[in-house]
Design a protein around this ligand. Structure first.
Ligand SMILES: Cc1ncc(COP(=O)(O)O)c(C=O)c1O
Length: 487
């Protein structure tokens, strides 16, 4: 019989590969304990396998159709055994894509390709990292040029790119926000903002919003207004209080109550538009009132612009819609131009001064590294020179108009279309229907932010320069999906 094995053929389907390499005690899928001794063979096998992937990354390997099918199966097996098998059931890209699971392979602009060459219009935008689109050539060039010269920081010499990105971000940030601390994720930015607020005000408490999302490390999780994410980790930070989003009166009432009780609050932490909660845009008078209330009660206002920053809502920062300036602002996601992870918290000189006496009071090894800063500089250059905030405003209006016209045809199922710029939410009658729409769109080649865990509202956050032609295609595919599902 012909040997049909490829480089990516599953190693041992009966005995999962978790058994092959572990040197210590491990547990099989059956839950039974097994002992494995690390041998020369296992080590050489890891070297052999890593070389296969290095050749693949380096473009040396020409993949046959069979190779690709095997690589898909092996990736699923690897996720099952070594990453988190929960993802396998949870992703519509695994569950709903015809015969083969979608394994991401390449992309450009608003188009994402899987390993089998199937194309998807990217309306998920990596949950907001691709404001400049996938693989913007200017960002890729900046990062690869910097990579050749100096990838990470010596940790002792001053890095010119960190200073330069700090200056640029300080220039484009609203009002007197000027000083920046760079880290890697949104949650890191929120943690830093919380520490700065505590240090500056010498108070411990925070007020957050119901449904608010700020990340999943301990401090930011303590601000997260959703029980399902909080419960398994409680007790979280204490002296955290929650108010409804978009209701300034509720914030004032809470502060009045806490003041009467002698509870000291450092800051109110809030997203300009709640993203994860389902794209909730506050009333126009909300943030001006919030700003005034924070001033009146002498607490800081921390705005989490992790998702809304860098043009997403049609302004460089969403707070510009309401002409307010926070005391501390958190940014992340698209600051890295869709190429590198980078985030920052930014504040004014006065507040920042508490960090200056001992600059190591808050520090990080990888934050603001030269590669990430090169990406950030290029991203800001692209966002400004290509007027991406204006493009988001115009395209957002066009998209919303088209979506609202579709919603009128399916009022029982598509309950509401809302958004600002290109941060758009489609609210469906229930979770099950929302998931079917997300999966239906996926089958038709459109990727949206909808998951099994919370898909009553599907999020649409494409690249800010998505071509109008692609928006029209997405509208057609949504209409077709709804038409089929409601028949
Ligand atoms: C508003 C907001 N804040 C914070 C975060 C956390 O960012 P990260 O996942 O990079 O830690 C997110 C992530 O989606 C977010 O949307």
């Amino acid at each position: 019989m012909k040997n049909t094995k490829t480089k990516f053929t599953l190693r041992n389907e009966k005995k999962p590969p978790v058994c092959e390499y572990k040197s210590k005690v491990t547990y099989g899928r059956d839950g039974k304990r097994r002992n494995y001794v690390c041998s020369q063979i296992a080590t050489s096998e890891v070297i052999r396998r890593s070389q296969i992937y290095l050749d693949l990354i380096g473009g040396k390997t020409k993949l046959t159709k069979r190779d690709k099918q095997d690589l898909i199966a092996l990736t699923l097996q690897n996720f099952d055994n070594f990453v988190n098998r929960g993802f396998i059931d949870y992703r519509k890209s695994v569950a709903e894509a015809d015969d083969y699971a979608a394994i991401e392979w390449s992309g450009r602009g608003s188009i994402l390709c899987d390993i089998l060459g199937r194309k998807f219009i990217d309306c998920l935008g990596g949950f907001g990292i691709y404001n400049t689109g996938i693989k913007h050539p200017k960002v890729v060039k900046a990062v690869s040029d910097q990579l050749k010269r100096m990838p990470l920081s010596s940790q002792e010499l001053l890095d010119p790119l960190r200073g330069a990105l700090g200056e640029m971000l300080g220039e484009i940030a609203p009002g007197d926000l000027q000083c920046c601390f760079f880290i890697n994720n949104g949650t890191d930015a929120v943690e830093g903002a919380m520490k700065l607020a505590r240090m500056y005000t010498k108070k411990t408490g925070f007020i957050s919003t119901l449904g608010g999302f700020h990340g999943k490390s301990f401090g930011s999780l303590s601000l997260l207004g959703k029980a399902s994410y909080r419960k398994p980790f409680e007790p979280l930070l204490d002296n955290i209080h929650f108010v409804p989003f978009g209701n300034a009166k509720a914030l004032e009432e809470e502060l009045k109550k806490l003041t009467a009780l002698g509870v000291e609050i450092a800051a109110f932490v809030v997203e300009p538009v709640q993203g994860e909660a389902g794209v909730h845009v506050p009333p126009d008078d909300y943030f001006p009132q919030v700003r005034a209330i924070c001033d009146r009660y002498k607490i800081l206002l921390i705005l989490d612009e992790v998702q809304t920053g860098f043009g997403r809502t049609g302004k460089m920062f969403a707070c510009e819609h309401w002409s307010i300036v926070p005391d501390i602002m958190c940014v992340a996601k698209s600051l890295g131009g869709g190429v590198m992870p980078i985030s920052a918290f930014i504040s004014n000189k006065k507040i920042w001064s508490v960090l200056e006496k001992n600059p190591f009071i808050h520090s990080t090894t990888f934050g603001g590294n030269p590669l990430a800063c090169a990406a950030g500089i290029a991203a800001i250059n692209v966002i400004l020179s290509e007027k991406l905030a204006d493009k988001a405003a115009e395209r957002g209006e066009y998209f919303l108009k088209g979506l609202r016209a579709i919603a009128k045809k399916y009022p029982k199922h598509l309950k509401e279309v809302r958004g600002k710029g290109l941060l758009i939410g489609l609210e469906f009658a229930d979770e099950k229907f929302g998931y079917r729409v997300a999966a239906g769109l996926f089958k038709r080649g459109v990727l949206v932010a909808g998951t099994l865990i919370g898909v009553k509202t599907i999020r649409i956050e494409p690249a800010l320069n998505i071509p109008y032609k692609l928006i029209d295609t997405v509208l057609e595919k949504l209409d077709d999906t709804l038409n089929v599902l409601t028949r």
